[in-house]
Design a protein around this ligand. Structure first.
Ligand SMILES: [Zn+2]
Length: 97
């Protein structure tokens, strides 16, 4: 999975279909109910898994709330403990736990 920083300043994590399957996540967008066939985008600050279109809309329109950072980070930390590769875009190091 790949973590990126959205335009609004919060994080969006791209998760492959296989990773979502390993995590036992559902295949329905939490925002628009569209089927998630390939990759999906996890929004840690909302604990939502959404399609590409909903991810883009949220990233471009949602507000940044500094007080939500601890919740966002704790959701990210859960993903990092699962044992799948976790990459942060723009960083050379690759975290594999
Ligand atoms: Zn959607």
């Amino acid at each position: 999975m790949i973590e990126r920083t959205a335009k609004n300043g919060h994080k969006i994590v791209e998760v492959s279909h296989l990773e979502a399957h390993i995590l036992r996540w559902g295949n329905i967008c939490d925002k628009c109910n569209a089927p998630l066939i390939a990759e999906r985008f996890y929004i840690p600050v909302l604990n939502y898994g959404v399609c590409g279109e909903c991810s883009s809309i949220w990233g471009n329109t949602a507000s940044f709330f500094k007080e939500d950072i601890p919740f966002e980070q704790s959701a990210i930390n859960v993903l990092k403990t699962i044992g799948l590769n976790y990459e942060v875009e723009g960083r050379d190091n690759y975290e594999s736990i």
